[in-house]
Ligand binder design. Structure first.
Ligand code: NAD
Ligand code: UDP
Length: 341
């Protein structure tokens, strides 16, 4: 069975993808510098699956270390999760974001070329559609004007992949544009473990529910949506992980560059998320309505037809499942991977 390198594999999406790849029979090698994760996540991946992961502590910008990984393992495909992802931080520290995100991509592509590894799947984001495109977003739309440096790194990296693949027809690229991944593995053993104050909605909700934060602020209640709060296409992280398994099967059979949205196609409002979380888990989440957050779009969601047609993938988990599994992870691990085992 093929061997897959997960760059940034100890992170939230990487660890869930490792589980699904191992369950599907693939061999998994993970490389991470743990700047936003813990090796404990990979230990738990092994526990969930009963299968080993070859784990390297490595900075993906370190070409010698990457070359060593490629020498020691015959890698069939790389999935590139390694990047910094906090939108607000990217506004304050743009150079750090451009340096880390672009460098990891360039170094991966260069070392892959030297090691004759021909397949790469990239974690892109719905943010590359920018402000101009109408919803639902389709892969045939042009990339738009991004609202922050994080988004621009994703747009620039997509361009880098497209140019590299155009210049080298033996390189195969799959760009996966994620919508809003939430939830956790149903076992509650792996999940999202943000450092410090969460930027994203669901970890904030779960930390209020567990008593680590006082109150959720809902950013804006005067948007032109059905209840005035923003609408997003939330997707269960296990569905997202399974999308990567399908993308691996696809890239091993196809050449060229292909872009896929990974979303459900159904948007929910912030208020609906809070109400669903409260109902499913029987727990109150204290919240107030505050000002809009700069850069937030009122609504975006995927047209998910292409992934269904070409990858044979569609999301299966419901919003109830997402809320249940997010809470299951948080209450079992109130301090994330720092919780006592
Ligand atoms: P994450 O922070 O949990 O995972 C990213 C991993 O990359 C972390 O383990 C981090 O330690 C590692 N990393 C970062 N820079 C590195 C470097 N230079 N060398 C080695 N390792 C490095 O984030 P995630 O939510 O799992 O996201 C994975 C990818 O998906 C990221 O590229 C992110 O931008 C993208 N993405 C995430 C979302 C989301 O909402 N979570 C949405 C769209 C796209
Ligand atoms: N949100 C919120 N309060 C928070 C965090 C997020 O109201 O503490 C809202 C945010 O305005 C957006 C939605 O929740 O409408 C999802 O935000 P998140 O940061 O999770 O993802 P994004 O939309 O930025 O991709």
């Amino acid at each position: 069975m093929a061997k897959i390198l997960l760059a940034g594999g100890a992170g939230y999406i990487g660890s869930h993808t490792a589980v699904e790849l191992l369950n599907a029979g693939y061999e998994v090698v993970a490389a991470d510098n743990y700047c936003n994760s813990s090796p404990e996540a990979i230990r738990r991946v092994e526990e969930i699956t009963g299968k080993p992961v070859q784990l390297y502590e490595a900075d993906i910008r370190d070409s010698e270390r990457l070359s060593q990984i490629f020498r020691e393992n015959k890698i069939d495909a790389v999935i590139h999760f390694a990047g910094l992802k906090a939108v607000g931080e990217s506004v304050k520290k743009p150079l750090m974001y451009y340096r880390n995100n672009i460098d990891t991509t360039l170094t991966l592509l260069e070392t892959m070329q030297a090691a004759d590894v021909r397949n790469i799947i990239f974690s892109s984001s719905a943010t590359v559609y920018g402000e101009e495109n109408p919803v639902p977003y389709k892969e045939t739309m042009q990339r738009g004007v991004c609202t922050n440096p994080y988004g621009w790194t994703k747009a620039m990296m997509e361009q880098i992949f497209e140019d590299a693949a155009r210049a080298d027809p033996s390189l195969s690229v799959v760009l996966l544009r994620y919508f809003n991944p939430i939830g956790a593995h149903p076992s509650g053993r792996i999940g999202e473990d943000p450092l410090g104050i969460p930027n994203n909605l669901m970890p904030y909700v779960t930390q209020v529910a567990v008593g680590k934060r006082e109150c959720l602020t809902i950013f804006g209640s005067d948007y032109p949506t059905k209840d005035g709060t923003c609408m997003r296409d939330y997707i269960h992280v296990v569905d997202l992980a399974k999308g990567h398994v399908k993308a691996v099967a696809y890239i091993l059979q196809h050449s060229g560059t292909e872009v896929f949205n990974l979303g459900t196609g159904t948007p929910y409002s912030v208020t609906e998320i809070v109400e669903t979380f409260e109902r499913v888990n029987g727990i109150k989440v204290k919240h107030v309505y505050g000002d809009r957050r700069a850069g937030d779009l009122p609504e975006f969601y995927a047209n998910a037809d292409k992934a269904k047609a070409l990858l044979g993938w569609q999301a299966e988990y419901t919003l109830d499942d997402m809320c249940r599994d997010a809470w299951n992870w948080q209450k079992q691990n109130p301090d994330g991977y720092r919780s006592s085992d």
